[in-house]
Ligand binder design. Sequence first.
Ligand code: URA
Length: 196
Amino acid sequence: MNEDLDELQNQIQICTKCSLNLSRKRAVPGEGNEKAKIMLVGQCPGDQENEIGRPFVGPAGVLLGRLISGIRLKRRDLWLTNVVRCIPPGRLPHSSEIKTCAPFLLEEIKIIKPKIVCPLGNIALSLLLRKPAQIHQFRGKPIPTHSYFLFPALHPAAALRQSNLMPQVEEDFRNLKAFIDSNPVLEPPPGQESLF
Ligand code: URA
């Protein structure tokens, strides 16, 4: 493994920067192909991720796996990660926890250098856009930045909570696949401050 990535994974596993370390069982680093061109960014670990220490291994992960194979990709071709690396006990992550954990994701993006970063849901989208944002406004449309395309998509867990959202979740993945297949060339927006 790339030494920088190895070091980052270790830092995540032993992190005590916020109080979530007191209630977590395991911190959850990203995983996948370290040369991945596509990075999917979730919100935070759930119960099973907390037990096992790997991202997207619970019910949302099973659905994500189906969505990934549905567009003829493989989990091992991608990089899967989260904004927050420790499970928040029975709640969403607080903004202070997101802020404390964000440098891990930004460093991960610098090391992996994906061409497309796909924030799944509001938390990942807002962090990567550097402003509060609603996924329903941005989903399915690529946003060029200086270093990669952002391709916001609904979080698969949304369809587990509300089954009527499943067609939209599937649509986002089909659109992601069409975008990948279009082999897009990054032309960073003039004057936009570099995100990283
Ligand atoms: N599992 C993860 O690793 N991340 C999520 O956002 C949801 C489930």
